[in-house]
Design a protein around this ligand. Structure first.
Ligand code: FE2
Length: 312
């Protein structure tokens, strides 16, 4: 078996973890193998499909003018609003014909190295469950709606699809240097909460924005959050919140620019210079920032989620 220090060049084999590599310990359910893949996609009930349809209809009201054109085109190409939770076999066939990616079901958040391994092989792991009516507006664990509706349309864009594969490959390097937090921040501020400049406006390409109604408005047009042009070295030093709206969003010029800033550079030197923890608070504006919008931070100053503060 390949080891973490010496992964297979084509990343075909899941690498062994050295004992001194830090990753979050997760207990593997008995019914999944080393690859953490579910034996089959869940057989969803009519109610489950109706939850998908209602979530999808709500987002479709909000996303035109807020989501980037690559996302809207991806939704259309994969016909994700055709009704019901997509069947992964058919979805993977269509996505595979476009960019060679497939979508595979996993039971829960999976260990980092397994997640990286799937991405490096152009497989996107998606939660094999859907939220209920009780958790309709907010769930902590990503479900099939977040993963498929939020992430998969972007995988129809060839440059973005390549970025995601390279992100998976980059994971091993981050683990070797014990800089997973830094790489996690990059994922957070691009794949989950990224904005892009389009026709003189900012639009969303991050799945955390595109799969939620409040964040879709807040990220793009609220006064509270900072909107800053993406600088990878700075973003990898920046803390982030996972349970509330973001105090800052980072904006790319294009997916080619994102690819250039990340894949086409040598991260070894960066990892050697990065501290193990974060340097900047998530609301900070620093000297090197190219600021598009300096936020008021009103939402977070009023207490954020749970305080009843309006996402203004
Ligand atoms: Fe996600």
């Amino acid at each position: 078996m390949a080891t973490l220090a010496d992964p297979q060049p084509d990343f075909a084999i899941l690498p062994d973890m050295a004992a001194d590599v830090f990753t979050a310990p997760l207990a593997r359910p008995a019914h999944v193998g080393e690859d953490w893949l579910e034996p089959a996609q869940t057989d969803y009930s009519a109610d489950d499909h109706a939850v998908w349809d209602d979530l999808s209809a709500r987002q479709m009201e909000l996303l035109p003018g807020r989501a980037c054109s690559a996302f809207m085109a991806g939704l259309e190409k994969l016909d994700l609003s055709r009704g019901g939770i997509p069947e992964f076999g058919k979805l993977s066939e269509e996505l595979g014909a476009l960019t060679g990616w497939s979508v595979v079901p996993v039971p829960m958040l999976i260990p980092d190295h397994v997640f990286f391994w799937h991405l490096a092989n152009r497989r996107f792991p998606a939660g094999n469950f859907i939220r209920t009516r009780e958790t309709f507006d907010y769930i902590q664990e990503p479900d099939v709606f977040h993963d498929v509706f939020g992430h998969v349309p972007m995988l129809t864009d060839p440059t973005y699809a390549d970025y995601m594969q390279e992100y998976g490959r980059a994971g091993w390097k981050a683990m070797r240097y014990n800089r997973l937090k830094a790489l996690g921040a990059l994922y957070w501020y691009t794949v989950e909460f990224g904005l892009i400049e389009e026709a003189g406006e900012v639009r969303a390409y991050g799945a955390g924005i595109l799969s939620g109604p409040t964040e879709a408005r807040f990220a793009v047009e609220a006064e509270s959050p900072n909107r800053i042009m993406l600088n990878v070295d700075r973003v990898m030093r920046t803390d982030y919140v996972i349970s509330d709206l973001q105090p800052a969003y980072f904006v790319i010029e294009s997916f080619a620019d994102l690819y250039r800033q990340t894949v086409e550079r040598d991260f070894d030197r960066l990892y050697r210079s990065l501290p193990a923890g974060f340097t900047y608070a998530n609301s900070a504006v620093i000297d090197v920032d190219n600021v598009l919008h300096r936020g008021t931070q009103e939402y977070h100053l009023r207490g954020g989620r749970g305080s009843g503060a309006l996402p203004v």
